[in-house]
Design a protein around this ligand. Structure first.
Ligand code: PBG
Length: 328
């Protein structure tokens, strides 16, 4: 039998060094964005474990500073902030208040680490008394257009505080355009928008809502976030956001939506982000705590899969752990 009759794929797998040389996708520190929950509190020692997300915390400003310092030592390049305000109201006023907790956290981080890329999640759900991402009518409808101005105000407040990127996650129609206009009018033409362009109404966000204390008090988010059955619709959402001025597109969640990520990647030439969400994190943590899986290996394999499917950057709660692994 001729030796050429079958493909000898094993040839290039025979040693670790060889496998490394032919590896197509690798995770680098600059691919990863860490997520932090910063709480408005006078207690500087405040560091509250999030039960449904083992290893993640709500942090006071002082604790956040400590946590970020350690991560920067390990090679952290970028982070995204979520705020837990002391007061919520119908108008989400703490989202755009100059003294809002995220604005204070941005100023603190940028003064200590000017080179860190600080991304602000631009949304109202952590700040509204009802927990929805937009204004709500008397009848309980989440209102689209009246929300846009508040989102733009929030993005401007974040940019004023020093945010390098704003990331609208609310899924109101037209918000990227409204935010772009708001930023430009305020003199922030150079602040990029990372749009949560393709964001599904997903049960994988469950643990996050405990973490950010942002669960809707009535109803759900299905009238604004996407239906999990829809992939073609992802193209319409992405196209609209690019048209309105999005600089980076995001698909969220990540691992259960790799098909969508690949399709969007192939159709748009903007940088692509993927968000490995709280539920993806917690499932891995829970299985690992039971001794059922090898956490480090599963985390790396998941991130490689997300990057292989087309993500240029990944928002993941595992960022700090992976940076440590990559360093060691
Ligand atoms: C705010 C927001 C959410 C997440 C990121 N930004 C929650 C939601 O839409 O309900 C989810 C992140 C996660 O699950 O890790 N709108």
């Amino acid at each position: 039998m001729s030796m050429l009759e079958f493909h000898r794929g094993r040839r290039l797998r025979m040693s670790a060094t060889l496998r490394e040389m032919v590896r197509e996708t690798e995770i680098r520190p600059q691919d990863l964005i860490m997520l932090y929950f910063v709480a408005e509190t006078d207690d500087t020692d405040f560091r509250k474990p999030i039960e449904s997300m083992p290893g993640q915390y709500q942090l006071s400003l002082a604790q956040l500073e400590k946590q970020v310092a350690k991560a920067v030592d390990n090679g952290l390049r970028s982070l995204m902030l979520f705020g837990i305000p002391a007061h919520k109201d119908e108008l989400a006023s703490q989202a755009y208040d100059e003294q809002g907790i995220v604005q204070r956290a941005i100023r603190m981080i940028k003064s200590k680490w000017p080179d860190l890329v600080v991304i602000a999640d631009t949304c109202l759900c952590e700040y509204t008394s009802h927990g929805h991402c937009g204004m709500v009518s008397k009848e309980g409808e989440v209102l689209n257009d009246p929300t846009l101005n508040l989102l733009a105000q929030t993005a401007v407040a974040q940019a004023e505080a020093g945010a390098d990127i704003v990331a609208p996650s609310d899924m109101m129609d037209g918000r990227v355009g409204a935010i772009r206009e708001g930023l430009d009018n305020a003199g922030y033409q150079n602040t990029p928008i990372m749009s949560y362009a393709v964001k599904y109404a997903s049960a994988f966000y469950g643990p996050f809502r405990e973490a950010a204390e942002s669960a809707p008090q009535f109803g759900d988010r299905k009238t604004y976030q996407m239906d999990p059955g829809n992939a073609l619709e992802a193209m319409r959402e992405a196209a609209a956001d690019v048209e309105e001025g999005a600089d980076i597109l995001m698909v969220k969640p990540a691992l259960p939506y790799l098909d969508v990520l690949r399709t969007v990647r192939d159709s748009f030439d903007t940088p692509m982000a993927a968000y490995q969400v709280s539920g993806e994190y917690s499932m891995i943590k829970a299985a690992a705590q039971n001794g059922w899986i090898d956490e480090k290996a599963i985390v790396m394999e998941s991130l490689i899969a997300i990057k292989r499917a087309g993500a240029d950057m990944i928002l993941t709660y595992f960022t700090e752990d992976v940076l440590e692994t990559l360093k060691g």
